[in-house]
Structure formats: structure tokens, C-alpha cells
Design a binder for this molecule. Structure first.
Ligand SMILES: [Zn+2]
Length: 140
């Protein structure tokens, strides 16, 4: 088993939040806002470990979108239920929530991917396993 080096979890997650390679900290790892490179230009870590790898990134992005919705709607519910005589209009809160629900995931998209890569590497113990977990015959 090939182990190149280890990086602590906190550092990897901070690098992931900064859209950097969680393993070496290299930036940029994106060709554009929506296109992640296949591997890190500096250390060569292959980002897409397997088919369906980024479902975790989608889950992170979804959670962020839901959190943004809650940030808009919870204050409305709290204020209007505590003070029903105010008769707060829900439309401004709903419009802001809708805008955040659309713009939030677009903005957070690359962060969710690099954060997911960092979380995945954290779960793997901070080791850049790259090809070492594959069947030797598969490597070619
Ligand atoms: Zn790297």
C-alpha cells in the first residue's frame, strides 16, 4: 500500500472551503466556476475517486440551500407568531428566500465540491491513496 504523506483533517477542510486541493493546498483546482480539474496540477491527486463520488457534494450544497431558506423563513415565522398584530407580509421574505435558494447553490457549488473532496480525504485518514486501493490488474 502506497502512502505518500498525511495531512490533518482541520487543514484539509479549511483548504476545501478555500477551493484548494485538500491534500497539498494548490490553487486553482477549477478550470471555471463549474468545472473542477480531473486531478490536482501540483500533487496529482485524482479528485473524482469513483462514479457517483460527488453525491456528497450535492448533499452539502442542498443542505446549504435549505439553511439559506431557513435563515429567511424562520425570522418571519418567529416575528409573525410572536406579534400577530403586525400582520407581516410574507411576500418579501418568500422572494428573498427564493432568490437565495437559486443563487446560493450556484455560488456555493465549487465550495461544496472541494469541501466534499476534503471530507472524503478526512475519512480516508488524510492519506492520498490515489491508485493504491485499486486492483493491481486494473492499474494496467
Ligand atoms: Zn494537490
Amino acid at each position: 500500500m502506497k502512502t505518500i504523506k498525511t495531512v490533518n483533517a482541520r487543514r484539509m477542510i479549511l483548504r476545501g472551503l478555500g477551493r484548494r486541493c485538500p491534500f497539498c493546498g494548490h490553487r486553482p483546482i477549477f478550470d471555471s466556476w463549474f468545472k473542477l480539474k480531473e486531478s490536482c496540477p501540483s500533487c496529482g491527486h485524482r479528485f473524482n475517486q469513483e462514479e457517483g463520488f460527488y453525491i456528497g457534494a450535492y448533499a452539502i450544497n442542498f443542505a446549504v440551500a435549505e439553511g439559506l431558506l431557513l435563515l429567511c423563513l424562520v425570522p418571519y415565522i418567529a416575528i409573525s407568531s410572536a406579534n400577530p398584530e403586525l400582520r407581516l407580509d410574507a411576500v418579501p421574505f418568500a422572494v428573498v428566500a427564493l432568490l437565495l435558494a437559486v443563487a446560493g447553490p450556484i455560488f456555493f457549488y465549487p465550495f461544496s465540491r472541494s469541501l466534499w473532496i476534503a471530507l472524503d480525504m478526512t475519512l480516508r485518514g488524510g492519506r492520498n491513496l490515489d491508485d493504491s486501493w485499486k486492483d493491481p490488474e486494473e492499474k494496467g
